[in-house]
Write a protein that binds this ligand. Structure first.
Ligand SMILES: [Zn+2]
Length: 395
């Protein structure tokens, strides 16, 4: 399985300049690709991927306006073309309905003050004597916080808005299956807490993360008040970027630990597919939570693959919070402030989130069975916690 390993790197001042040039060129090529594809699309003209690359890289280098593209490693420019192609294709597939889920918007143009990145494949970088060699940049010092499990197939060099540099390697890692266990869980992603499991366990967001988020919100308001182009605005922007990183790192760390625990404790984990999830989302809640949720699900997926466990995103069009998990009767919509309700049909009192998680679990088990072609899997795997079958104890 392929996985990313990220390290902090410390380019010298000269290397920073060279990287800035590479970031700039990759950004321009990416944006040129999008513009060219837009123009062709508007004119009803089909254009091949190689033709796009020929025009925005090869031919562009020969013009005075884009001659400077020749100063950076061409492998970085080719990768930028491919990134743009993928972004454009995703958008297109989403428009035509080929891609499931919420409609994706037109791919965004890359901007200077955002996170900058360039990707290099095998012929654009190498590792030797503890350093990372990047084409036309040089040998960059790396802080090897852990060992790479194998030779990386590509590296993305990143400059975060707070001024830190990172190298993110794609490596192949062997799966290490854990001994099988006889539990499974459904999870319901939440707003107040990160998630609630079908066993009723609340996975909260750590208090220090909320404190950092409040600090970040304050800094963002301060930035909005600063005069455009002023030195104070620059300082405020840096402060926001630093706080952003702290929130991001804290959230990621928490998500890693939580995901690992879920995967270790359960043979199968089911979660509602974010694309079809019926979560009430305001614009703010969407921007704040979507990133955190999809990161969390991605980590569970990665860890499940690594430890030989099952992870499944389930989707259905009936809201999980409205259906009684005990008798299956749809009880009607419930406003978000109703935390507990009693099923009118069977009288079971439900916690809103735990009930949703139980429905996700039931749905996950069903989809999991269907995926096996209707074959009944060992009962031990599907039995809920505490219902260990004789088959299992005999093993
Ligand atoms: Zn009921």
């Amino acid at each position: 399985m392929q996985i990313r390993y990220r390290y902090r790197i410390y380019p010298s001042p000269g290397q920073r300049q060279a990287l800035a040039r590479t970031f700039g060129c990759a950004r321009v090529v990416y944006n040129d690709c999008l513009r060219l594809r837009d123009t062709c699309h508007a004119a009803g003209e089909k254009i091949s991927d190689t033709e796009v690359q020929r025009r925005v890289v090869t031919l562009a280098k020969q013009t005075p306006e884009r001659a400077w593209l020749g100063e950076v490693a061409s492998v970085a420019l080719v990768q930028a073309c491919q990134d743009a192609r993928r972004a454009y294709r995703n958008w297109f597939d989403s428009l035509s309905g080929k891609r499931k889920g919420r409609k994706a918007g037109h791919p965004a143009f890359r901007r200077k003050h955002q996170r900058q990145s360039v990707r290099f494949t095998r012929n654009g970088f190498s590792l030797h004597e503890e350093r990372l060699y990047v084409a036309k940049v040089g040998d960059i010092k790396v802080e090897w916080s852990r060992d790479l499990p194998s030779v990386p197939s590509s590296v993305t060099v990143i400059r975060e808005p707070d001024g830190r540099y990172y190298a993110s390697f794609v490596v192949e890692r062997e799966a290490m299956p854990l001994p099988a266990c006889n539990r499974d869980a459904g999870i319901d992603l939440g707003l107040a807490s990160l998630a609630v499991t079908s066993d009723g366990e609340v996975i909260g967001n750590p208090r220090f993360l909320r404190a950092k988020e409040r600090k970040l919100a304050r800094a963002q308001r301060a930035l909005a008040r600063k005069q455009k182009g002023s030195a104070n605005r620059g300082k405020a922007r840096h402060r926001v970027a630093v706080l952003h990183r702290k929130v991001r790192e804290t959230r990621l760390d928490h998500a890693h630990k939580t995901a690992l625990k879920l995967v270790r404790d359960n043979q199968a984990v089911y979660a509602e597919d974010l694309c079809v999830s019926g979560l009430a989302r305001t614009r703010l809640a969407k921007s704040v939570h979507d990133a955190g949720w999809s990161q969390f699900l991605r980590l569970i997926e990665e860890k499940a693959a690594q430890y030989g466990r099952e992870f499944r995103r389930v989707g259905r069009f009936e809201p999980t919070s409205q259906v009684c998990s005990a008798c299956g009767v749809k009880d009607g919509p419930k406003p978000l402030n109703i935390r507990e309700w009693m099923c009118a049909a069977c009288g079971t009192v439900h916690d809103r989130d735990v009930n949703a998680a139980k429905n996700v679990l039931a749905l996950g088990r069903r989809e999991s069975l269907n995926a096996c072609g209707g074959q009944v899997r060992p009962a031990s795997v599907l039995a809920p916690a505490g219902e260990t079958g004789t088959h299992w104890s005999a093993a």
